[in-house]
Ligand binder design. Sequence first.
Ligand code: 5GP
Length: 121
Amino acid sequence: MSYDSDNIFAKILRGEIPCDKVYEDDWALAFNDINPQAPVHVLVIPKGAYVSIDDFTTDAEDAEIAGFYRAVGHVARALGVVEAGYRTLNNTGADGGQEVPHFHVHLFAGRPLGPMLSPAL
Ligand code: 5GP
């Protein structure tokens, strides 16, 4: 799948749409999800144009990958959720439930988050 530069997160990165920013560095932008699923629900996105974890881990430079995942850890520490615990999640493609075609990691925290998935059918 080729990258759609009109996706909503690309517009947020370009500043065309506002976001509730939590953190930003050279590699990543983190902002609160517009429809939170937990008391803390932050999205961390790379600055580069990647559809999913598939092309991110195929095409991104090592420095981009390291910088991005360091930013995820930094956000968790800055939010003060490490001690109580948190969950990171990445949805990929149709079966993964990905809605926005710009690679992103969800960070959930602020309450016991329960089991990861319902039992398989
Ligand atoms: P996905 O299903 O692609 O993993 O998750 C996309 C997430 O982006 C959803 O949790 C959705 O609530 C969030 N989202 C969609 N549009 C916007 C927006 O314009 N602003 C923000 N902050 N979050 C958005």
